[in-house]
Write a protein that binds this ligand. Structure first.
Ligand code: PMP
Length: 449
């Protein structure tokens, strides 16, 4: 069977995520036959460099021998068992390792099976903690403009990207929304740190005014990924931690996208030297192999739920695949690779290669900004470089770039008009340069006329 056969069968029965299906009349979905390292191969023998880690999940490439071997071994013993009343070695070992690796002070790991569910868990746990603590007036959450936390209704409610949220607004709880420290909007000559510090004033006044009714502030540390890879300085997180403590409000760090080395450190919060009350992890947790998520929290939070059954204080949230054994085993193998290969040190030099390869884009007449945090690099396309006037959204410039890059063997998937690189950590310097060359062509094609 060739690409065309699979695409036709697909389009007869599937409904794809994040897709206007009518677009497939022009550009059918690409059927992938196998993956190896940073490369995906289709049924016609074309290869695509996976420059976005298959939606930011893949860390060490497709088909990694160490993760494959761990999964084969796990399959021989236990594929899955419910995690209520039962347990298994991979779930226990993974919780132990995550608590050891995360910022000091976590003592509990609650599993879920995808990122949005982890966000739901953190929101519910925070609300329920305050209720168990006798503070039932705390019912609201504070979020940042342009944030994204997933697409189940609770997670969608605390996000702020209109493309995903607007339609469902009547169904959603109402958070308090505070201006993001997004450094794209800094004044000329202003540093990221100064801008982020200045923007904290909005958060400070929201907390001063509303702390009595607020359960938690939820943020994506350092990079608002789905919001167009918008970035800010760690000082914002330090100020936020301090203010949350002062006002008796939880801090939820959604590191679903930025965790596991994307920003340079294993967890983005490390850059600010802070520990949130809830740390949400998913995506790279299993190296991109299987769906799994978890929320790390503290002894203090845990203690507020620990009581005699009749007190009805338990956290009864559950998903069928909570702590799936195969997924936990893939996660353990992924953590092995961080230790074995000294990944974070290697990423520092890869990040420099990315910076160098993208340097030329700064002078492009339709590029407003090239920004980077660790292994995430983004190129913001605009109609007018001087005023930063964006392209009209109907022109779908990013989509044009996507189509061109695919033809040249690169899977880029711009967010609106933001082209970005977030590759697996096994990418070679030459592959980064190839990726940047193709991105350059794609940007030229997408921005002309
Ligand atoms: N939070 C953040 C920061 C994310 O980037 C995402 C996914 N893009 C999610 C939550 C939701 O994760 P999932 O898609 O696994 O539900």
């Amino acid at each position: 069977m060739k690409n065309a056969d699979w695409s036709a069968r697909d389009l007869a029965v599937l409904w794809h995520p994040c897709t206007q299906m009518k677009d497939h009349e022009q550009l059918p979905p690409v059927p992938i036959r196998r993956g190896q390292g940073v490369w995906l191969e289709d049924f016609d023998g074309n290869r695509y460099l996976d420059a976005i880690s298959s939606w930011w999940v893949n860390l060490f490439g497709h088909g990694h021998p160490h993760i494959n071997a761990a999964l084969k071994d796990q399959l021989e013993n236990l594929e899955h068992v419910l995690l209520a009343g039962f347990t298994h070695a991979p779930a226990i070992e993974l919780a132990e390792r995550l608590i050891r690796l995360a910022p000091a002070g976590f003592s509990r790991c609650f599993y879920a099976d995808n990122g949005s569910s982890a966000v739901e868990v953190a929101l519910k746990m925070s609300f329920h903690y305050w209720r168990n603590a006798g503070k039932s007036a705390k019912t609201r959450f504070v979020t940042l403009t342009n944030s994204y936390h997933g697409e189940t209704l609770g997670a969608l409610a605390v996000g702020d990207v209109p493309l995903y949220k607007q339609t469902y607004e009547p169904l959603l709880m109402k958070p308090l929304t505070v201006t993001s420290p997004d450094c794209y909007y800094r004044e000329p000559g202003e540093s990221w740190a100064d801008h982020s510090r200045r923007k904290f004033a909005d958060m400070a006044s929201a907390l001063t005014e509303h702390a009595g009714s607020v359960c938690a502030v939820i943020v994506e540390p350092l990079v608002q990924c789905a919001g167009g890879m918008r970035m800010y300085d760690p000082v914002y997180l330090s100020l936020l931690r301090e203010a949350c403590d002062r006002h008796g409000v939880h801090l939820i760090a959604d590191e679903i996208a930025v965790g596991f080395g994307r920003t340079g450190t294993l967890f983005a919060c490390e850059k600010a030297g802070i520990r949130p009350d809830f740390l949400c992890l998913s995506k790279g947790l299993t190296g991109g192999y299987l769906p799994l998520a978890c929320v790390l929290t503290t002894a203090e939070v845990y203690a507020a739920f620990y009581d005699d059954y009749e007190k009805l204080r338990a956290f009864l949230h559950s998903h069928s695949y909570t702590g799936n054994a195969l997924a936990c085993r893939a996660a353990l193998a992924t953590l092995d690779l961080f230790e074995r290969d000294d990944t974070l040190a290697n990423n520092r030099s890869l990040a420099q290669v990315m910076a160098q390869a993208a340097r030329g884009f700064e002078d492009h007449p339709h590029v407003a900004e090239v920004r980077q945090t660790g292994m995430i690099l983004a190129i913001e396309l605009v109609r007018d470089k001087a005023t930063r006037e964006p392209f009209a959204w109907r022109e779908r410039r990013g989509f044009r770039a996507y189509r061109h890059a695919l033809k040249r063997g690169v899977l880029l998937r711009p967010l609106g008009d933001v082209v970005y690189f977030m590759p697996p950590y096994v990418i070679a310097p030459d592959e980064i340069r190839f990726l940047a060359d193709v991105a350059g062509e794609a940007i030229d094609m997408a921005t002309k006329d």
